[in-house]
Design a protein around this ligand. Sequence first.
Ligand code: MTE
Length: 321
Amino acid sequence: MLIKNSDGIKSSDITDENLYWNRRNFLRAAALAATTTATGLLYRKLNTPAKQQATLTPTALPTGGYALPTGEAATAFDDITNYNNFYEFSTSKEGVASRAQNFVTRPWTVEVGGLVQNPKTFDLDDLLKLAPPEDRVYRFRCVEAWSMIIPWLGFPLKSLLDAVQPLGNAKFVAFNTLFDPYRMPNQRGDVLPWPYVEGLRLDEALHPLTILATGLYGKPLLPQNGAPLRLVVPWKYGFKSIKSIVKITLTDTQPKATWNYVAPDEYGFYSNVNPQVDHPRWSQATEQRIGEWGRRDTLMFNGYADQVASLYAGMDLKANF
Ligand code: MTE
């Protein structure tokens, strides 16, 4: 993946700069795409007996189980915690858990500012007292056409935004992941531009389905899932769910989002799950639910259309993909 010749000369040393960056962006996008076709294969490999984090499986998993009202049961804890995208640690889904296992997430602060009445840096433990997390079982659909059912523990992002009081001219919310190449080793390379950033429109951020997750299966988040605090927007592709957030900024202009910036033709700012808009290199009509054989049809807005379609009334969802 790293773009260095075997003799150690960087491509940027010998290539026109624009060409270099376009090529890099293409290769980054290709890295994500390559996993799409490999998902089935990797999933089978994942289910071999020797799983790296098997000992972290809580013994006291609720036996009543977590499920959606539709009856779709939660994906196994081992799968949710061993099949991850978190490029700060590894570009291999199965490599993230082991590389992230010693990531220290306390103390942790989240700086909330920009166009707000009361900018504030929250200590995470104080924040959790202000907004106690609750169970939220959501569908999760990755842009790579696989999906899971995840029993998050989280609180509405709105609780945090209400505490800082957005100003009237605030229209968007920007999020930053921690930038610390010592603790996040892949940030020493340039597989993505760092830090990972994401953004939502303010009305999307205030929607009651949008949460900041701090746990899953009733336990604190493990590093591979974005500890100690990650965004979850269940009607959008998983890459909007930025992990290990340290900064939230209210803005009046549309913020940068990492994948949209790296490959704008492939990953739009909106990133709503939409089976009618194919990715340029694969169909989005169906998905592989991790833990199942065969494929399921992908639902508009990932099945949350009743709650969120009105946010996009009048918008061309093919142009605003
Ligand atoms: N956040 C950061 N900081 N870095 C990442 O590489 N990957 C995104 C998203 N959030 C990513 C991130 C992608 S592509 C997906 S699909 C989800 O995290 C994966 O979340 P999971 O590993 O908990 O399933």
